[in-house]
Design a binder for this molecule. Structure first.
Ligand SMILES: [Zn+2]
Length: 352
């Protein structure tokens, strides 16, 4: 995400906080609960080029957020309990669900001890190719290609282009451009092909990220054994489902559930759509998830939950704890529902 966009978001959060608006807006925008999204939880690294930093928060920040949530007038609940409350219309107390996508090893190492100490239920959504060591964490591969080189040559629209990435500023600019370009490609296959070609050309081992960063089945079994933990599905290959044929989308969702059941002995009832924005999950995916019998499915569309979401339990919005905005005051504004209300133009449900 561009620096400008991050600045705009941060300014908006600051305005809502320091004006006190987020507090006054609460009765109108808070809804009945919030599902929080996390990816990596690990200590900050000093590198100046960290284009994927929005996907990680520090253990210290998570600890601060948990202390705040525990002191606030909120219930910390599991996805099953959230599903019950939504289905039955039990909205006596506002709630928060904590969800962690992808199953990184730092979930076990850093996040789990903090969540356990606060007795906070949480869900981990697993793309099964990651513990199977077949996953392609292409966004990290792209980062590595740009980080380790000073120049990239790339075939774009049949023409060889030479792109400079010697300085940190050039690396940031090139990563944003490459990321935007591959995300704009029509199919997931095309995206994977471009990234594989780049990795082959610049000797980046895509498989290594999985080994190094993601939990294996034995580590996942440790988490799954804790009643605080819900294991959710996140497809097999972490594909943007809206960019694959319907048959593939359906089998990605269904197969991941079967693989998790075979490996961990628990059949996931909850799903997270990979990437999860509107280019990756739309009405077709919401319908398939419901047809497959998932109790809930979450997007990364920003928002809090309102009673009307009970008609859209496979199209739920979430609120991301973004690594670029690790201030407790931002988390308070986000949990209040004020920020997402402004971003969504005060529209409560967006399931189209
Ligand atoms: Zn993911």
């Amino acid at each position: 995400m561009s620096g400008l966009k991050q600045t705009v978001i941060r300014t908006g959060l600051e305005t809502l906080y320091f004006s006190g608006a987020y507090h006054m807006m609460r009765p109108f925008v808070a809804g009945v609960g919030v599902i929080l999204t996390l990816h990596h939880v690990r200590p900050a690294r000093p590198d100046r080029f960290q284009p994927n930093r929005l996907l990680e928060v520090t253990p210290r920040f998570l600890e601060d957020v948990l202390c705040y949530l525990r002191s606030a007038d909120l219930d910390l609940i599991s996805l099953d309990e959230m599903h019950r409350r939504m289905s039955e219309g039990d909205f006596r107390q506002r709630f928060v669900c904590i969800t962690i996508d992808d199953g990184y090893r730092d979930t076990l190492h850093w996040a789990y001890p903090i969540l356990r100490r606060h007795e906070a239920p949480f869900a981990v959504y697993i793309p099964t190719s990651f513990p199977d060591r077949l996953g392609e964490l292409w966004w990290l591969a792209l980062e590595a290609v740009v980080a380790r080189n000073t120049q990239i040559s790339l075939l774009i629209d049949g023409r060889e282009q030479i792109l400079d990435c010697g300085t940190v500023a050039e690396k940031r600019e090139l990563f944003d451009a490459l990321y935007g370009w591959v995300r704009s490609l029509a199919t997931e296959d095309e995206l994977r092909r471009v990234v594989r070609d780049l990795c082959a050309r610049y000797r980046v081992d895509v498989a290594a990220f999985c080994d190094e960063l993601c939990m294996g089945w034995d580590e996942l079994a440790k988490l799954a054994a804790d009643p605080l933990v819900t294991i959710g599905a996140h497809t097999v290959n972490h594909v943007m489902l809206a960019k694959v044929p319907e048959r593939t989308a359906r089998s990605e969702m269904d197969m991941s559930r079967s693989v998790i059941e075979a490996s961990l002995g628990v059949r996931p009832a909850h799903l997270s759509y990979p990437v999860g924005d509107r280019t990756s999950a739309g009405p077709r995916e919401f319908r398939i998830a419901a047809e497959l019998g998932f109790k809930t499915a979450v997007t990364t569309r920003p928002g809090v939950l309102f009673p009307s979401h009970r008609q859209h339990l496979t199209a739920l919005p979430r609120v991301s704890l973004n690594g670029e905005h690790q201030q407790l005051r931002y988390a308070r504004v986000l949990v209040s529902g004020a920020a997402t209300a402004v971003w969504n133009g005060f529209r409560q449900v967006d399931a189209a």
